[in-house]
Design a protein around this ligand. Structure first.
Ligand SMILES: O=C(O)[C@H](O)[C@@H](O)[C@H](O)[C@H](O)COP(=O)(O)O
Length: 263
């Protein structure tokens, strides 16, 4: 097993937002230096709201603290098989919370939503999304797996992440980059998701988990053997010290796993 993941904990979500911004901007700046683009995959749930707070905040005016949205490529770590303007759509969530609020002078990200033409066929939707990734990544880097500069993920109360659920056969998928699921325990049932190997391959992988509702699952993920079998635990093990958790004290109350002091 590789090095342990980094667990950061802050007094509140308010206190988590500035370090999350610094972390994302460090990833952005390193990516821009490396290849002039910043490829990000984003989940749904509570993440887009917290992310928007971090990225739309007033910066300190320095070059390093500038969000260069015009150089971002935004993909979806998972998506629900619904129209893009549906209340359940992760694209709509991100658009409402963040994309529509980006000030013009920060540039417009290139955003890659799922193709609505395939709403009737979730497997085809996954295949088409994989094709979009192939065009963006394989064409650029001729890689076996897409290398996201950063994946921004949430953690469900059962330990799921993206639309990878505990004990689901999708966890064993090792070939496809994008998978379909028709029996998601969290509604809606039909979704697409990045595969576990793609998530773990990311250059940096960040989880944001806040609130007392996450306490039990955080203890399980970090302090028990069973935690290593849960999707979030599998990402911890597969991604090792590329993984960072941004949590508040409520979420990690009683967790024995050592926290890291600062970024
Ligand atoms: O579309 C989805 O359902 C999400 O991508 C899912 O994986 C989410 O990130 C977690 O369920 C955590 O959600 P919360 O942050 O709202 O707890």
């Amino acid at each position: 097993m590789g090095k342990p993941p980094n667990l950061y904990s802050f007094a509140s979500t308010d206190d988590l937002v500035p370090p999350l911004r610094s972390y994302v901007l460090n990833c952005q700046n390193a990516a821009l230096e490396r290849h002039g683009k910043f490829s990000v995959a984003v989940s749904g749930g509570s993440l887009p709201k917290t992310l928007a707070r971090a990225l739309l905040a007033q910066g300190d005016g320095s070059a390093e603290d500038r969000v260069q949205f015009g150089k971002w490529e935004v993909f979806f770590a998972d998506e629900r098989c619904v129209p893009l303007d549906h209340a359940d759509s992760n694209y709509k969530l991100l658009k409402d919370e963040l994309l529509d609020k980006i000030p013009g002078d920060l540039g417009r990200p290139a955003v890659f939503p799922v193709d609505e033409a395939y709403l009737d066929d979730v497997q085809e939707m996954a295949d088409q999304y994989e094709k979009a990734l192939v065009s963006s990544f394989a064409a650029r880097d001729s890689v076996k797996l897409p290398l996201f500069d950063l994946l921004l993920l949430g953690c469900g109360p059962d330990g799921h992440t993206c639309s990878l659920f505990p004990n689901h056969p999708l966890l064993r998928e090792s070939d496809a980059w994008v998978l379909s699921i028709s029996d998601s325990p969290k509604p809606p049932a039909r979704r697409i998701t990045l595969s576990l190997p793609v998530v773990c391959h990311g250059l940096k992988i960040a989880f944001v988990a806040t609130g007392a509702g996450k306490r039990d699952i955080m203890r399980k993920i970090f302090d028990t053997d069973e935690g290593h079998t849960l999707p979030c635990g599998l990402v911890n093990d597969g991604g090792a010290d590329k993984v960072s958790w941004f949590t508040d004290n409520d979420a990690v109350h009683g967790v024995g796993f050592p926290r890291r002091g600062s970024l």
